[in-house]
Design a protein around this ligand. Structure first.
Ligand code: PLP
Length: 261
């Protein structure tokens, strides 16, 4: 019997399907791993912005995790929107039970339309308690600044690496410049910059797509640099083939069969 890598995703549910757990599971499935999902929060949103959210009961999250790990062996864990400090505490307890599984964190602090989904204390708690358990963190520029309390990107990365997080990839979509420059920082080597074309339009779920693709390549056994460039290529293609189901932001197409039609 064929066995594909299984990836455990903790993320919020975005009913539009553009971002959140639907984006994560679509990406992971399209790339060939098995997504298992634990929903941390339910949101109210459309393609313009997020209007409200509610955290899922943490007792339920604990039970879902216990049931899954009793049965399935995970090759990576991907974390997106967390939703509450109590949920973060539970996720940390879960990660401590699987210390050898790589953890990919997309530190979602605001929705694509700009609504904040965390307060600054929560960002500090993520930096202090989740970063030391993280293999790869993928903040955009505002998230990197909020998590580290620094301004310059090299300073942000140095601060986050000092927490114990092994790799930081700062994504450049929110920065200025003709191209988007994404940068991988590790303690072991100089930064690696990868640029790609800056596309017109605003996309909903591009960060979710990138971090989920990264979790797939890590789970499939690729090294960090290779995973980084493959995840970037996948994300760019998903944006080049984006759909426009609503009146607001565009949604990445995470279905490679549709890229050729
Ligand atoms: N997760 C959820 C549940 C969301 O609602 C959002 C944005 O609205 C995100 C993650 C982050 O989306 P993006 O990949 O556009 O940063």
């Amino acid at each position: 019997m064929q066995k594909r890598p299984s990836i455990l995703v903790f993320a919020g549910h975005d009913p539009t399907g553009g971002a959140g757990i639907i984006a994560d599971t679509e990406t992971i499935n399209d790339l060939g791993s098995q997504p298992c999902s634990i929903i941390t929060a339910l949101t109210v949103q459309n393609s313009h912005n997020l209007q409200a959210f509610e955290a899922v009961d943490t007792g339920l999250i604990k039970k879902q995790f216990a049931s899954l790990v009793d049965d399935i062996s995970f090759s990576a864990i991907k974390i997106g929107m967390i939703g509450s400090e109590q949920t973060l505490d539970v996720i940390i307890e879960c990660l401590q039970q699987l210390p050898s599984v790589p953890v990919i964190v997309d530190p979602v602090l605001a929705a694509g339309g700009g609504t904040r989904i965390s307060n600054s204390d929560f960002a500090e708690k993520i930096a202090r308690e989740l970063m030391p358990l993280t293999s790869i963190c993928t903040p955009n520029v505002p998230e990197a600044q909020k998590l580290s309390g620094k301004t310059g990107l090299d300073d942000c990365a140095r601060q986050l690496l000092s927490t114990g997080c092994e790799n930081i990839i700062i994504t450049g979509t929110h920065a200025d410049g003709q191209d988007v420059i994404n940068t991988l920082y590790t303690t072991a080597a100089p930064p690696v910059h990868l640029s790609c074309q800056r596309l017109d339009g605003v996309y909903h779920g591009s960060g979710c797509t990138f971090a989920s693709a990264l979790s797939h390549f890590v789970a499939a056994g690729y090294g960090i640099k290779d995973s980084f460039s493959r995840a970037q290529d996948y994300t760019l293609q998903s944006l080049l083939h984006a759909d426009s189901p609503g009146k607001g932001q565009l949604f990445p197409c995470r279905n490679r069969m549709r890229w050729s039609t």
